[in-house]
Design a protein around this ligand. Sequence first.
Ligand code: HEM
Length: 357
Amino acid sequence: MSLTETSPGPSASPPAGSPPSTGAPVWRWTVLAGPMVTAAVLAALAGTSLTAAEAVPAIMLPGPVVEYGLPVVRVLLDLAALAVVGLSLLPKLLGWRDPDRTEPVMRRVRPVAVTAAWIWAVCAFTAVVFHAAELNPGAFPTPGSIASYVNDVGAGQGLVISGACALAYAAVGLLAVRFGEKVPAELRIVVALFGLLPIPVTGHAVDSVWHDPIMISMELHVMGAAAWTGGLAVTVLYLARRRDLLAEVLPRFSRLATVCLLLVSASGVITGLATLALTPGVELPGAILTSSYGLLGVAKVACVAVLIPLAAHIRYRLLPRIERQQATALVGWVAVELTVMGVAYGIAVVLSRAPVG
Ligand code: HEM
């Protein structure tokens, strides 16, 4: 199957009587999720290396395992969380009118959501251990140092709550595997989004003078990014070969994606500028191009500048043909879009830890 087809042509149709494909084959996972995860991890590592603190005599810095391991674990947490959000949104995007067509897809999606929630939880608790190690450079983290990190630092509590939400999602998700859509999709969406709420506690918003508005702005940012990226990835992973379902779901997702694009861009710019403006000693607009924080923010604006034409191509060129159930190059275009989103995720993790001044 070529990257340029959303479904096989008539000659490649499944034999009469066999059910249409409802899963996401390994090659589509490789093409869509592979470059996104790789781009996210590489961007996090490159950003960490570029913003690394310089060694100061008599001040001990965390070793490379913690310095580079923590951003990698954080970005994997974000990616697992966006997968859970996207997989939870799919039943709403598919609708309920025709369970004979949608249920075979959902039967494949539900166990994957449970696995992603487990990965999210493991990453959240691993991140707590790395953060505790970062606070005590040179010492191996002990149960005592981890407990006092969680007790004393808001970011630790935020990660524990986020991990607990992921475990709660896994429990609800297992019920959904057993009982199907009798477990409301809304419940799964709410639990997944609730688990994202503590993420901004681990960034700069928590120390802001304008704590409440900046915190709300960041929460909208993180939820919008997860719904946008996760919804796009899951729609194409599971429906690219189902032209009938794709023709119904992609227009619905496209409206959601437009809202998310506006929300993520506005909240990102507001949060970034406000964080710079409210930091003592930082002067705007100069700090946008002279501080690591400002430059990483500019890199994220550049990601959005690349994403807009990609999204517009899918929305205005491909969508009309998809609605007529014609073959398009959707998988290839979405693979590129997800890779840029992966870069934005990698930069985000570095940005949330970069010094502002
Ligand atoms: C106009 C473009 C954007 C700007 C200006 C922007 C800015 C920001 C800022 C300032 C933060 C908070 C850092 C802090 O703690 O101070 C942030 C975090 C974040 N951004 Fe963006 N962003 C943009 C686009 C995006 C895009 C396109 C995505 C993904 C598709 C994204 C995903 C995230 C995530 C997931 C976080 C939280 C990271 C974490 O703490 O783990 N952002 N962004």
